[in-house]
Design a protein around this ligand. Structure first.
Ligand code: IPD
Length: 273
């Protein structure tokens, strides 16, 4: 199913992303037993990368190069390809988001692939290879899971909010994150930590949790899931009007966003190491 070169509408980019993510997901799943015997560490001794992370990224990069040679790619394991020109497409890939879950055989990991044009994410897919759950979105075209349009949670108060979050790999950062979560626990319905940021964002998009926040995410963690959440009607940003980024990603329905945002500011959730 070759796509006309140079065709870069959000729908076309999503079609490519979904096809390539499905092939990547099949590889991740098929090679798990062998891949987890080849595990290395990255930023800290608990930040793991498996042979599958690297193999899946290589597969996706090769597929994109064959089909879309002019596009750039930013991947978790191998970094950024050449600078993309104005108007060009840059793909943002997390080959396996939730690597620790992958290592332990927990069915909560995903291939996350987004297409960005001039710094704006226009299409994205998050695909769980174990469950087959597939969340997609295009800019202005809504967020979808298996033919169902996603509209987020109808919850309106922070004290009724089921709040997902995650933690970085650095111990000093975790100490700060733990203190923030300890305080938030007294203000929300409960906290969930599933272990894959892209899936957390999609769960918020479909209302399986009410909201999500995390400090320390990289673009590949939130590019696709962030678009899914936005297109489901959630507000997705950093604190104090900053865009979503390494300091903070908050995703919440409009009614919850304000109180959650203010609590995060009060607790200095974007601060610390
Ligand atoms: C991690 C997961 C985790 C989040 C971390 C991420 P990785 O990505 O998304 O849920 O809490 O911040 O780094 O390392 O599994 O690709």
């Amino acid at each position: 199913m070759a796509v006309e070169p140079g065709t870069s509408t959000p729908d076309t980019l999503l079609e490519i992303a979904v096809r390539i993510a499905r092939e990547a997901a099949a590889t991740a799943r098929r090679t798990r037993a062998e891949a987890i015997t080849d595990v290395q560490t990255k930023s800290t001794d608990t930040d793991v990368v498996t042979a599958a992370d690297r193999a899946v990224e290589r597969q996706v990069v090769a597929a994109l190069a064959a089909e879309r040679p002019a596009d750039g790619v930013l991947g978790e394991e191998y970094g950024d390809s050449a600078e993309t020109a104005a108007g060009a497409v840059r793909w943002i890939l997390d080959p396996i988001d939730g690597t620790v879950n992958y290592l332990y055989g927990l069915p909560q990991y995903a291939v996350s692939l987004a297409a960005e044009v001039d710094g704006v994410v226009v299409a994205g897919v998050v695909l769980n290879p174990v469950t087959g759950d597939e969340w997609t979105a295009t800019l202005g075209g809504g967020a979808w899971r298996g033919g169902r349009r996603l509209t987020g949670s109808l919850r309106t108060t922070l004290d009724q909010t089921l709040l997902a979050t995650g933690f970085g790999y650095d111990r000093a950062r975790r100490a700060h994150q733990g203190a923030v979560v300890a305080e938030l626990l007294t203000r929300v319905r409960d906290i969930r930590r599933f272990g894959a940021a892209s899936i957390d964002l999609c769960l918020a998009a479909e209302g399986s949790v009410d909201a999500y926040f995390e400090k320390g995410l990289n673009p590949w963690d939130h590019a696709a899931g962030g678009l899914v959440a936005t297109e489901a009607g959630l507000l997705v940003s950093g604190l104090d009007g900053a865009p979503a980024g390494p300091d903070m990603v908050v995703a919440a329905p409009p009614a919850i966003f304000g109180p959650l945002h203010d609590a995060l500011v009060e607790l200095d959730a974007a601060g610390g190491p």
